[in-house]
Write a protein that binds this ligand. Sequence first.
Ligand SMILES: Nc1nc2c(ncn2[C@@H]2O[C@H](COP(=O)(O)OP(=O)(O)OP(=O)(O)O)[C@@H](O)[C@H]2O)c(=O)[nH]1
Length: 376
Amino acid sequence: MQTPPVLQPDHAFHTLLDHYKKASLRTSGIWLLLANLSFVLFLFGRHQFRVLLDPHADVAVSGPVLDKLALIFLVFIILLLPVLRFIRSRTPAMVLAFLVGLYWAVVFHYMLTSDTQQQLVFPLFCMLIFTALIALYPTMPILYSFTLPLWFSLFFHLILLKADIPVLEIVAMIVASALFETARIMLSRWFVLSVRRECDNQLLVSKLDNLAHYDPLTGVANRRQLDKQLQQLIAQTERQGGIFSLIMIDVDYFKKYNDHYGHQAGDNCLVDIAKCFRQVVRQPADLVARYGGEEFVILLHSAAATDAEVVAQRIRQSVAQAAIPHALSQVADTVTVSQGIMQWSPGMTSLELLQRADSALYDAKHAGRNGYCVGQ
Ligand SMILES: Nc1nc2c(ncn2[C@@H]2O[C@H](COP(=O)(O)OP(=O)(O)OP(=O)(O)O)[C@@H](O)[C@H]2O)c(=O)[nH]1
């Protein structure tokens, strides 16, 4: 990984919100279907239950239409269960919720038009809307797809069919609906808030991770990240075989550069030089790291010393093209770098590898700078 990952707070929040909405729907959607199934079973079997409890009870039967509707619902659920896990987007979930809501709207219609079933409508209505609220409150469109047919069915009977529903029950349904809506607003606010907190925490962790592994000035990896990756690469190459090389780079006459142009210009120069290094390596496999001060290290995966020499030449070229003026340099008019190349060989520790690359760099400095030497 060459550059620190940049998380856009807003984008991250909306992605996370979407993720949690889907995750909650996956579990609570099934729970809601099972709750609806239990209501259907209750309607289907209540006559038999009542007769079992009290054989002399004078109770109304559910009626052939309601029993048939219950059977249709059961078959629908049984057919649906195997395909449920394939429902991943919002639209099919809304269609499904609407179909179940429509089923209950039809059930309400038969109950409200039957003299003996009316008293069940209010408790059933409350159970349905509040269980739906618990399961679907994070996803408002799906929740409303389920509940709108229920409200519409009641409205249709009250206004158009002028059903004979007691005023107290109408008031109770309005109060229940108001409670439903206010609870929905409260719950979804808590949901959004908890996702926001989770998102803030993730962004914080990512910022801390960047601070721990990247150099704040140049944006390349820091010494800690280099040490970690170098150890991992050595362990992996020992295990699986292969080769890799490392280049240690130092800016020539950088003390003079700082003295002449100032420390701030020195910082800018390091940023530009690091950019040159990033441009010449294979992204994202190879690692550019700031080793300390004006020294950098490049870790080249699957590269022999000869491959590293090609990279070293590209670095020299790239730095020359950057053409950063250096009035006090004794080798060129612009900033140059010296490089020490070392290929890892089996049994070599990270410390030995770095030391040998450093002495190759020392050789390059003594050979006149603005060049590279290969270590032994
Ligand atoms: N501006 C700036 N300067 C730095 C930074 N880190 C180290 N330096 C400076 O880099 C200079 C390194 O100087 P030396 O080690 O003497 O090496 P040099 O002048 O490049 O000489 P040679 O390596 O022999 O070519 C020192 O003056 C440090 O203060 C930094 O982050 N920003």
